[in-house]
Design a protein around this ligand. Structure first.
Ligand SMILES: *[C@@H]1O[C@H](CO)[C@@H](O)[C@H](O)[C@H]1NC(C)=O
Ligand SMILES: *[C@@H]1O[C@H](CO)[C@@H](O)[C@H](O)[C@H]1NC(C)=O
Length: 193
């Protein structure tokens, strides 16, 4: 049980597993969002740091998360999510796979960490490839509720510049996605990676 909780927590690093702790439950339908146009998956590959994400109640002591995306020969993406475990004082990784589901909308990816499990949504709402990425997932859990995840990823481990953050927040608010749910990662005590 403890082990499962730990694995699920790792899977949430950099926001890749929608059905787990940390999701935000909201009334109504998933908002109708636009995703990054002409998404260039090659430029998107490489390392991304988790800068902030929607509130997670229980993080199992995993901090300083980052993801490494690598395009494979078959067009899928190897996902390597790494987080620092306060308890053991070292980094632990989990490997998953992401893929573009419909080539007409390449910014909508599905991702899974365990074979046979359902794909979680990984939608890139907007990215400039070199600075930030806004990743969003919304799942309609019933007629009346949805559960949402949102992450801001950055190429560098530092904070997002204020001007960029303003832009991101107004984009989200435009979709009625509430940025108040964000919790900023405290990276001040992160070891160097
Ligand atoms: C995942 O990333 C970590 C940190 O960069 C690295 O140490 C590890 O070897 C990677 N694992 C795989 C299977 O690529
Ligand atoms: C992390 O630390 C624990 C306990 O110190 C050790 O058992 C484990 O092998 C370490 N894991 C890695 C990936 O270094």
């Amino acid at each position: 049980m403890w082990k499962n909780t730990f694995i699920v927590s790792l899977a949430t690093i950099a926001g890749l597993l929608p059905v787990c702790e940390g999701q935000v439950t909201d009334f109504g339908c998933c908002p109708n969002v636009k995703v990054q146009e002409n998404f260039d998956i090659k430029r998107y590959m490489g390392r991304w740091f988790e800068e902030r994400k929607f509130y997670a109640e229980f993080q199992a002591g995993v901090t300083c998360s980052f993801a490494e995306y690598t395009l494979q020969g078959d067009g899928t993406v190897k996902v390597n999510n790494t987080g620092y475990r306060e308890m053991t004082g070292n980094y632990t990784s989990i490997i998953g796979q992401a893929q573009i589901l419909d080539p007409r909308e390449p910014a909508k990816l599905g991702v899974r960490f365990f074979p046979g499990t359902p794909l979680g949504n990984y939608w890139v709402l907007e990215t400039d490839y070199d600075q930030y990425s806004i990743v969003y997932s919304c799942t309609q859990t019933s007629r009346f509720f949805n559960s949402q995840f949102c992450w801001i990823l950055t190429r560098r481990p530092g904070p997002v510049p204020a001007s960029v953050l303003d832009r991101i927040y107004s984009l989200l608010k435009g979709y009625e996605i509430n940025p108040d749910y964000f919790k900023v990662n405290d990276r001040t005590r992160c070891p160097r990676v």
